[in-house]
Write a protein that binds this ligand. Structure first.
Ligand code: NAP
Length: 295
Protein backbone atom coordinates (compact mmCIF):
# COMPACT_ATOMS: atom_id res chain seq x y z
CA UNK A 1 0.00 0.00 0.00
CA UNK A 2 1.22 3.51 -0.67
CA UNK A 3 -0.33 6.95 -0.93
CA UNK A 4 -0.71 8.77 -4.23
CA UNK A 5 -0.27 12.52 -4.37
CA UNK A 6 -3.09 14.98 -5.01
CA UNK A 7 -4.18 18.47 -4.18
CA UNK A 8 -6.67 17.34 -1.54
CA UNK A 9 -5.64 16.68 2.08
CA UNK A 10 -6.51 13.01 1.79
CA UNK A 11 -6.60 10.57 -1.08
CA UNK A 12 -7.10 6.85 -0.95
CA UNK A 13 -4.07 4.55 -0.60
CA UNK A 14 -3.66 2.18 -3.52
CA UNK A 15 -2.70 -1.35 -4.51
CA UNK A 16 -0.39 -2.20 -7.40
CA UNK A 17 -1.94 -4.39 -10.10
CA UNK A 18 -0.04 -7.07 -12.07
CA UNK A 19 0.22 -4.52 -14.91
CA UNK A 20 2.15 -2.15 -12.64
CA UNK A 21 -0.83 0.22 -12.54
CA UNK A 22 -1.87 1.64 -9.17
CA UNK A 23 -5.52 1.21 -8.21
CA UNK A 24 -6.98 3.08 -5.23
CA UNK A 25 -8.21 0.89 -2.37
CA UNK A 26 -11.33 3.06 -2.15
CA UNK A 27 -13.61 3.75 -5.09
CA UNK A 28 -17.14 5.09 -5.43
CA UNK A 29 -19.69 2.49 -6.56
CA UNK A 30 -22.13 4.00 -9.03
CA UNK A 31 -24.79 1.32 -9.53
CA UNK A 32 -28.16 3.08 -9.21
CA UNK A 33 -26.67 6.56 -9.52
CA UNK A 34 -28.83 7.87 -12.30
CA UNK A 35 -29.14 11.14 -14.19
CA UNK A 36 -26.66 13.98 -14.66
CA UNK A 37 -27.53 15.78 -11.42
CA UNK A 38 -27.27 12.78 -9.09
CA UNK A 39 -24.03 11.57 -10.69
CA UNK A 40 -22.51 15.10 -10.62
CA UNK A 41 -23.35 15.58 -6.92
CA UNK A 42 -21.96 12.18 -5.95
CA UNK A 43 -18.73 12.68 -7.94
CA UNK A 44 -18.31 16.17 -6.45
CA UNK A 45 -18.72 14.83 -2.90
CA UNK A 46 -16.42 11.89 -3.63
CA UNK A 47 -13.59 13.98 -5.09
CA UNK A 48 -13.86 16.35 -2.11
CA UNK A 49 -13.64 13.37 0.28
CA UNK A 50 -10.53 11.96 -1.43
CA UNK A 51 -11.97 9.24 -3.66
CA UNK A 52 -9.89 8.84 -6.78
CA UNK A 53 -11.63 5.79 -8.28
CA UNK A 54 -15.09 5.34 -9.78
CA UNK A 55 -16.78 2.07 -10.71
CA UNK A 56 -19.28 2.12 -13.57
CA UNK A 57 -20.59 -0.42 -16.09
CA UNK A 58 -22.42 -0.41 -19.40
CA UNK A 59 -25.49 -1.85 -17.65
CA UNK A 60 -25.54 0.99 -15.08
CA UNK A 61 -26.41 3.41 -17.91
CA UNK A 62 -24.37 6.21 -16.33
CA UNK A 63 -21.03 6.06 -18.17
CA UNK A 64 -21.74 9.28 -20.12
CA UNK A 65 -22.89 11.14 -17.00
CA UNK A 66 -19.81 9.95 -15.07
CA UNK A 67 -17.42 11.01 -17.83
CA UNK A 68 -19.05 14.45 -18.11
CA UNK A 69 -19.08 14.99 -14.34
CA UNK A 70 -15.37 14.16 -14.12
CA UNK A 71 -14.46 16.44 -17.01
CA UNK A 72 -16.28 19.31 -15.32
CA UNK A 73 -15.17 18.61 -11.75
CA UNK A 74 -11.51 17.54 -11.99
CA UNK A 75 -10.24 21.15 -12.47
CA UNK A 76 -12.19 22.24 -9.35
CA UNK A 77 -9.95 19.92 -7.31
CA UNK A 78 -6.74 20.71 -9.21
CA UNK A 79 -6.82 17.20 -10.67
CA UNK A 80 -6.32 15.82 -14.16
CA UNK A 81 -7.49 12.66 -15.94
CA UNK A 82 -4.33 10.84 -14.81
CA UNK A 83 -5.24 11.40 -11.14
CA UNK A 84 -8.38 9.26 -11.30
CA UNK A 85 -8.96 5.56 -11.92
CA UNK A 86 -12.05 4.67 -13.94
CA UNK A 87 -13.51 1.18 -14.12
CA UNK A 88 -16.28 0.07 -16.44
CA UNK A 89 -17.64 -3.28 -17.57
CA UNK A 90 -18.74 -5.13 -20.67
CA UNK A 91 -22.47 -5.90 -20.40
CA UNK A 92 -23.74 -9.50 -20.69
CA UNK A 93 -25.60 -8.53 -23.87
CA UNK A 94 -22.25 -7.76 -25.53
CA UNK A 95 -20.50 -10.96 -24.43
CA UNK A 96 -18.93 -12.79 -27.41
CA UNK A 97 -19.03 -11.45 -30.94
CA UNK A 98 -20.33 -8.00 -29.89
CA UNK A 99 -17.52 -7.48 -27.35
CA UNK A 100 -15.44 -5.06 -29.43
CA UNK A 101 -18.51 -2.95 -30.16
CA UNK A 102 -19.54 -3.00 -26.48
CA UNK A 103 -16.12 -1.93 -25.20
CA UNK A 104 -15.80 0.82 -27.84
CA UNK A 105 -19.24 2.06 -26.81
CA UNK A 106 -18.10 2.31 -23.16
CA UNK A 107 -15.00 4.22 -24.30
CA UNK A 108 -17.07 6.69 -26.30
CA UNK A 109 -19.70 7.11 -23.58
CA UNK A 110 -17.09 7.88 -20.90
CA UNK A 111 -15.11 10.00 -23.38
CA UNK A 112 -12.07 10.19 -21.11
CA UNK A 113 -9.50 8.98 -23.67
CA UNK A 114 -8.96 5.56 -22.06
CA UNK A 115 -10.47 3.35 -19.38
CA UNK A 116 -8.18 2.37 -16.51
CA UNK A 117 -9.82 -1.01 -15.88
CA UNK A 118 -12.40 -2.79 -18.04
CA UNK A 119 -14.04 -5.97 -16.76
CA UNK A 120 -16.18 -8.71 -18.24
CA UNK A 121 -19.18 -8.07 -15.99
CA UNK A 122 -20.61 -11.56 -15.83
CA UNK A 123 -19.48 -15.02 -17.05
CA UNK A 124 -22.73 -15.66 -18.93
CA UNK A 125 -24.32 -14.15 -22.01
CA UNK A 126 -27.63 -12.32 -21.93
CA UNK A 127 -30.32 -14.40 -23.60
CA UNK A 128 -28.51 -17.75 -23.16
CA UNK A 129 -29.47 -20.22 -20.40
CA UNK A 130 -26.86 -20.28 -17.62
CA UNK A 131 -25.83 -23.86 -18.51
CA UNK A 132 -25.52 -23.13 -22.26
CA UNK A 133 -22.29 -24.58 -23.68
CA UNK A 134 -21.76 -21.47 -25.85
CA UNK A 135 -20.88 -19.46 -22.72
CA UNK A 136 -17.19 -20.55 -22.54
CA UNK A 137 -16.63 -19.65 -26.22
CA UNK A 138 -18.29 -16.28 -25.75
CA UNK A 139 -16.13 -15.53 -22.71
CA UNK A 140 -12.96 -16.42 -24.66
CA UNK A 141 -14.02 -14.20 -27.57
CA UNK A 142 -14.72 -11.26 -25.23
CA UNK A 143 -11.36 -11.69 -23.54
CA UNK A 144 -9.51 -11.71 -26.87
CA UNK A 145 -11.17 -8.40 -27.84
CA UNK A 146 -10.28 -6.86 -24.47
CA UNK A 147 -6.68 -8.01 -24.96
CA UNK A 148 -6.65 -6.25 -28.36
CA UNK A 149 -7.91 -2.98 -26.85
CA UNK A 150 -5.41 -3.32 -24.00
CA UNK A 151 -2.66 -3.65 -26.61
CA UNK A 152 -3.86 -0.41 -28.21
CA UNK A 153 -3.70 1.39 -24.84
CA UNK A 154 -7.45 2.04 -24.75
CA UNK A 155 -8.00 -0.25 -21.74
CA UNK A 156 -5.04 0.17 -19.39
CA UNK A 157 -5.93 -2.97 -17.41
CA UNK A 158 -8.46 -5.71 -18.08
CA UNK A 159 -10.19 -8.09 -15.71
CA UNK A 160 -13.30 -10.03 -14.86
CA UNK A 161 -16.21 -9.93 -12.44
CA UNK A 162 -18.41 -12.60 -10.89
CA UNK A 163 -16.10 -15.39 -12.13
CA UNK A 164 -16.01 -18.61 -10.09
CA UNK A 165 -12.76 -20.56 -9.48
CA UNK A 166 -13.63 -22.72 -12.53
CA UNK A 167 -14.11 -19.66 -14.78
CA UNK A 168 -10.79 -18.26 -13.51
CA UNK A 169 -8.97 -21.51 -14.28
CA UNK A 170 -10.47 -21.63 -17.79
CA UNK A 171 -9.34 -18.03 -18.43
CA UNK A 172 -5.82 -18.59 -17.09
CA UNK A 173 -5.41 -21.59 -19.41
CA UNK A 174 -6.35 -19.69 -22.56
CA UNK A 175 -5.41 -16.02 -22.07
CA UNK A 176 -2.43 -14.17 -23.53
CA UNK A 177 -2.77 -11.45 -20.88
CA UNK A 178 -3.86 -12.56 -17.39
CA UNK A 179 -6.68 -10.63 -15.70
CA UNK A 180 -5.51 -7.80 -13.43
CA UNK A 181 -8.61 -7.85 -11.21
CA UNK A 182 -11.46 -10.11 -10.14
CA UNK A 183 -14.37 -8.06 -8.77
CA UNK A 184 -16.87 -10.07 -6.70
CA UNK A 185 -19.30 -9.71 -3.81
CA UNK A 186 -17.34 -9.74 -0.53
CA UNK A 187 -18.31 -8.86 3.05
CA UNK A 188 -18.23 -10.62 6.45
CA UNK A 189 -21.21 -12.82 5.49
CA UNK A 190 -19.48 -13.92 2.26
CA UNK A 191 -15.79 -14.56 2.88
CA UNK A 192 -14.96 -16.07 -0.55
CA UNK A 193 -11.96 -18.09 0.74
CA UNK A 194 -11.71 -20.20 -2.45
CA UNK A 195 -11.73 -17.22 -4.80
CA UNK A 196 -9.23 -15.34 -2.68
CA UNK A 197 -6.74 -18.18 -2.82
CA UNK A 198 -7.25 -18.55 -6.58
CA UNK A 199 -6.47 -14.84 -6.97
CA UNK A 200 -3.41 -15.14 -4.79
CA UNK A 201 -2.17 -18.13 -6.82
CA UNK A 202 -2.66 -16.31 -10.17
CA UNK A 203 -1.48 -12.85 -9.04
CA UNK A 204 -4.91 -11.29 -9.61
CA UNK A 205 -6.16 -8.44 -7.42
CA UNK A 206 -9.30 -9.51 -5.52
CA UNK A 207 -11.73 -6.55 -5.34
CA UNK A 208 -14.93 -6.32 -3.27
CA UNK A 209 -18.36 -5.12 -4.29
CA UNK A 210 -21.46 -4.76 -2.08
CA UNK A 211 -19.25 -4.41 1.02
CA UNK A 212 -22.26 -3.01 2.89
CA UNK A 213 -24.50 -5.88 1.76
CA UNK A 214 -26.41 -3.31 -0.32
CA UNK A 215 -26.90 -1.35 2.93
CA UNK A 216 -28.44 -4.27 4.84
CA UNK A 217 -25.30 -5.26 6.78
CA UNK A 218 -25.11 -1.94 8.66
CA UNK A 219 -27.76 -3.22 11.08
CA UNK A 220 -26.05 -6.56 11.82
CA UNK A 221 -25.73 -6.68 15.67
CA UNK A 222 -22.07 -7.78 15.66
CA UNK A 223 -21.11 -5.05 13.19
CA UNK A 224 -23.04 -2.47 15.24
CA UNK A 225 -21.34 -3.58 18.47
CA UNK A 226 -17.83 -3.49 16.97
CA UNK A 227 -18.56 -0.03 15.54
CA UNK A 228 -19.62 1.29 18.96
CA UNK A 229 -16.35 0.09 20.51
CA UNK A 230 -14.33 2.14 18.01
CA UNK A 231 -16.75 5.11 17.94
CA UNK A 232 -17.16 4.48 14.21
CA UNK A 233 -20.18 3.72 12.09
CA UNK A 234 -21.14 0.18 10.98
CA UNK A 235 -20.40 1.11 7.36
CA UNK A 236 -16.88 2.24 8.30
CA UNK A 237 -16.27 -1.03 10.15
CA UNK A 238 -17.46 -3.11 7.18
CA UNK A 239 -15.19 -1.19 4.80
CA UNK A 240 -12.25 -1.22 7.22
CA UNK A 241 -12.60 -5.01 7.60
CA UNK A 242 -11.97 -5.35 3.86
CA UNK A 243 -9.22 -2.76 3.33
CA UNK A 244 -7.35 -3.98 6.41
CA UNK A 245 -6.99 -7.26 4.47
CA UNK A 246 -5.73 -5.31 1.43
CA UNK A 247 -9.03 -5.77 -0.43
CA UNK A 248 -10.17 -2.71 -2.46
CA UNK A 249 -13.77 -1.57 -1.84
CA UNK A 250 -16.43 0.31 -3.85
CA UNK A 251 -19.12 1.59 -1.47
CA UNK A 252 -22.02 3.22 -3.28
CA UNK A 253 -23.89 6.19 -1.89
CA UNK A 254 -25.85 9.05 -3.37
CA UNK A 255 -25.68 10.92 -0.07
CA UNK A 256 -22.74 13.38 0.32
CA UNK A 257 -22.50 12.80 4.10
CA UNK A 258 -22.33 9.03 3.68
CA UNK A 259 -19.87 9.37 0.79
CA UNK A 260 -17.61 11.26 3.20
CA UNK A 261 -18.27 8.83 6.07
CA UNK A 262 -17.34 5.87 3.87
CA UNK A 263 -13.95 7.43 3.06
CA UNK A 264 -12.88 7.71 6.71
CA UNK A 265 -11.54 4.17 6.96
CA UNK A 266 -7.79 4.66 6.85
CA UNK A 267 -7.25 6.24 10.28
CA UNK A 268 -8.15 3.35 12.58
CA UNK A 269 -7.29 -0.33 12.94
CA UNK A 270 -9.54 -3.19 13.98
CA UNK A 271 -7.98 -5.59 16.48
CA UNK A 272 -7.31 -9.19 15.41
CA UNK A 273 -10.11 -10.28 17.74
CA UNK A 274 -12.63 -7.97 16.07
CA UNK A 275 -11.41 -8.89 12.56
CA UNK A 276 -11.99 -12.55 13.48
CA UNK A 277 -15.41 -11.82 15.03
CA UNK A 278 -16.49 -10.17 11.78
CA UNK A 279 -15.02 -12.94 9.60
CA UNK A 280 -16.92 -15.48 11.70
CA UNK A 281 -20.19 -14.03 10.33
CA UNK A 282 -19.49 -15.91 7.08
CA UNK A 283 -22.62 -17.84 6.09
CA UNK A 284 -22.18 -17.79 2.29
CA UNK A 285 -24.95 -15.19 2.04
CA UNK A 286 -25.18 -13.33 -1.28
CA UNK A 287 -27.05 -10.04 -1.65
CA UNK A 288 -26.31 -9.99 -5.40
CA UNK A 289 -26.38 -12.45 -8.27
CA UNK A 290 -25.00 -16.00 -8.09
CA UNK A 291 -22.68 -17.02 -10.96
CA UNK A 292 -22.06 -20.57 -9.70
CA UNK A 293 -24.30 -22.25 -12.28
CA UNK A 294 -22.94 -20.47 -15.38
CA UNK A 295 -21.31 -23.04 -17.68
P1 NAP B 1 -23.23 -1.36 -1.19
O1 NAP B 1 -22.16 -0.40 -1.49
O2 NAP B 1 -22.95 -2.57 -0.39
O3 NAP B 1 -24.44 -0.60 -0.47
C1 NAP B 1 -25.06 0.52 -1.05
C2 NAP B 1 -26.29 0.85 -0.22
O4 NAP B 1 -25.90 1.20 1.09
C3 NAP B 1 -27.09 1.99 -0.78
O5 NAP B 1 -28.46 1.70 -0.57
C4 NAP B 1 -26.65 3.18 0.10
O6 NAP B 1 -27.72 4.10 0.20
C5 NAP B 1 -26.35 2.53 1.42
N1 NAP B 1 -25.25 3.18 2.14
C6 NAP B 1 -24.10 3.68 1.62
N2 NAP B 1 -23.33 4.17 2.58
C7 NAP B 1 -23.99 3.98 3.74
C8 NAP B 1 -23.69 4.30 5.09
N3 NAP B 1 -22.54 4.90 5.42
N4 NAP B 1 -24.59 3.96 6.03
C9 NAP B 1 -25.75 3.37 5.71
N5 NAP B 1 -26.10 3.04 4.45
C10 NAP B 1 -25.21 3.35 3.46
O7 NAP B 1 -23.98 -1.89 -2.52
P2 NAP B 1 -23.77 -1.99 -4.06
O8 NAP B 1 -24.16 -0.72 -4.72
O9 NAP B 1 -24.44 -3.24 -4.45
O10 NAP B 1 -22.20 -2.21 -4.27
C11 NAP B 1 -21.29 -1.15 -4.40
C12 NAP B 1 -20.79 -0.98 -5.83
O11 NAP B 1 -20.13 -2.17 -6.27
C13 NAP B 1 -21.89 -0.77 -6.87
O12 NAP B 1 -22.42 0.55 -6.84
C14 NAP B 1 -21.14 -1.13 -8.12
O13 NAP B 1 -20.30 -0.05 -8.52
C15 NAP B 1 -20.33 -2.33 -7.66
N6 NAP B 1 -21.07 -3.61 -7.90
C16 NAP B 1 -20.59 -4.45 -8.88
C17 NAP B 1 -21.27 -5.62 -9.17
C18 NAP B 1 -20.74 -6.52 -10.23
O14 NAP B 1 -21.48 -7.42 -10.67
N7 NAP B 1 -19.51 -6.36 -10.66
C19 NAP B 1 -22.44 -5.97 -8.48
C20 NAP B 1 -22.87 -5.12 -7.47
C21 NAP B 1 -22.17 -3.96 -7.19
P3 NAP B 1 -27.55 5.67 -0.22
O15 NAP B 1 -27.15 5.70 -1.65
O16 NAP B 1 -28.90 6.22 0.04
O17 NAP B 1 -26.50 6.23 0.71
Amino acid sequence: MDSSSSSSSFSSPSVVLNTGLQMPLLGLGTYKLWGSEQVYQAVDAALAAGYRAFDSAAVYRNEAELGRALQELLPKYGLTREDVFITSKLGPKDQGERAMEGALHSLSQLDLGYIDLYLIHWPGTQGLPVADQRNPGNRAQSWARLEELHGQGKLRAIGVSNYTPAHMKELMQSCRIPPAVLQVEFHPQLYQADLRSVCEEYGVCFQAYSSLGKGELVTDPVVVEVAKNYKRTPAQVLLRWAVQQGVPVLPKSSNPDRIQENAKIFDFTLSDTDMNRLSALDCQHKYCWDPSEVA
